[in-house]
Design a protein around this ligand. Structure first.
Ligand SMILES: [Zn+2]
Length: 115
């Protein structure tokens, strides 16, 4: 079974290599979905949502919300921001199974843990 929790943050970035308008400084309302797969524990949950919230707030949102992403991630495409989020969660020992980062209403990237 897996649980999915959704978070959001606002951030700015620009993509130096882009030939269109994404080259200019602009912002997004990002939505991050964190999925964790596992067995149910004796309480009947994969992981307490509150425990996941604490980790994501500390490890991810505190580093990205209302930030200029180019100062945090080199070349902050949605793909590379998702990879950075995965690294932070890994370092915190969170066994996420899938991360989805929505950059716009219609566009998202998905990172699946290779097992
Ligand atoms: Zn953008």
């Amino acid at each position: 079974m897996s649980i999915v929790r959704r978070y959001s943050f606002e951030a700015a970035h620009k993509l130096e290599w882009h030939t269109g308008k994404c080259r200019e400084l602009h912002g997004h309302g990002y939505v991050l979905e964190v999925e964790l797969a596992g067995q149910l524990d004796e309480r009947g949950v994969v992981m307490d949502f509150d425990d996941l919230d604490k980790i994501v707030k500390t490890e991810v949102l505190a580093r990205l919300d209302h930030r200029f992403l180019n100062e945090v991630v080199n070349n902050p495409t949605a793909e590379l921001v998702a990879c950075q989020i995965a690294e932070w969660l890994d370092a915190a020992g969170t066994m996420w199974s899938e991360l989805r980062l929505w950059e716009t209403e219609r566009g998202s990237v998905v990172l699946r843990r290779q097992s």
